[in-house]
Write a protein that binds this ligand. Structure first.
Ligand SMILES: NC(=O)c1ccc[n+]([C@@H]2O[C@H](COP(=O)([O-])OP(=O)(O)OC[C@H]3O[C@@H](n4cnc5c(N)ncnc54)[C@H](O)[C@@H]3O)[C@@H](O)[C@H]2O)c1
Length: 269
């Protein structure tokens, strides 16, 4: 169902890899709500070919960009503004990758070159995205920028490994840059802390399905799905959330406020 919440708005969406991706669902919902979009992902992700299908369906150009490359980002935003014939109203950063997790390294045995790469891809890229837009003066007044994060930034989830540090940095960048954007042109910057979600990045974490089931039971409302996350992001990109900025917003069915849920201990009536 469409409420036309994004009618006339323009947005750049990072991170749609396949139909499970949170960014994929978000791009679909934003399109339904009337936004014009540009889709982007790392050049290697283009090889899967899926994002091209989405682009055709949503009438959105697909412009490859490695989010750690300032040249790629500059090209992406210049081309996006050319396509839109003006500035950008919203941006979604939906990017995460950990080399140490991917290569099975324990938190107590990290390879630091890989860790630097993880921080660059998963967190500093958010700064690079915003700094590139800042220098191009690429955001419209009252625009909205959001990135996806996870509660391991605040609490310990051992299997999340070095991504915990990446997410803590990402959330800090949202607050710090949020100040500058707000002062300059009323643009808001937030992170959405999402429930475990079955996607390529999510399922890469060790023991993911056990943890997914645990979080499902712990949360009074159950885990938030990728579709529900897309709806929440539509709200954040719409004019209904204009004064929400520099926040880490939990979208997790209540998980972050729970201590113990008797349902997990098998104590339910
Ligand atoms: N799935 C979960 O359980 C979960 C929970 C909370 C937060 N998140 C976050 O949501 C975001 C999206 O992940 P997802 O779960 O949809 O998985 P996904 O695997 O579909 O998306 C991750 C994306 O990052 C892209 N990417 C990786 N390296 C890149 C680079 N150098 N430049 C540009 N793009 C690059 C990938 O191509 C992919 O599209 C991530 O930030 C993730 O950490 C996921």
């Amino acid at each position: 169902m469409s409420y036309n919440l994004l009618k006339g708005k323009t947005g750049v969406v990072f991170g749609a890899l396949d139909e499970k991706s949170i960014a994929w669902k978000t791009a679909e919902r934003c399109h339904e709500e009337g936004a014009r979009l540009v889709l982007t992902n790392a050049p290697v992700a283009m090889r899967f070919g899926k994002i091209q299908e989405l682009g055709e369906r949503l009438d959105a150009p697909v412009i490859p960009a490695d989010a750690t490359s300032l040249d790629d980002l500059q090209n992406l935003f210049e081309k996006s503004m050319e396509h839109f014939g003006g500035k950008i109203d919203f941006v979604l950063h939906s990017i995460g990758m950990s080399l140490n997790v991917r290569k099975g390294r324990a938190y107590t045995d990290l390879n630091y070159d890989w860790m630097m790469k993880t921080l660059d891809i998963s967190a500093i890229s958010f700064h690079k995205v915003m700094q590139t837009l800042w220098k191009l003066d690429g955001m419209n007044e009252w625009g909205s920028i959001a990135a996806l994060t996870y509660i391991a930034a605040q609490r310990v989830f051992p299997d999340y490994n070095e991504m915990a540090e990446a997410k803590a940095l990402l959330e800090s960048i949202a607050r710090s840059f949020g100040y500058h954007w707000g002062m300059r042109c009323k643009v808001r910057v937030n992170t959405v802390s999402q429930s475990p979600t079955v996607t390529t990045a999510g399922s890469g974490v060790k023991g993911f399905m056990d943890f997914f089931n645990y979080a499902e039971k712990m949360s009074p409302l159950g885990n938030a799905t990728a579709e529900e996350c897309a709806n929440y992001l539509v709200f954040l990109f719409s004019d209904l959330s204009r004064k929400v900025t520099m926040q880490n917003l939990f979208h997790d069915g209540g998980f972050s406020s729970m201590g113990v849920n008797p349902a997990i201990l098998g104590m339910e009536e």
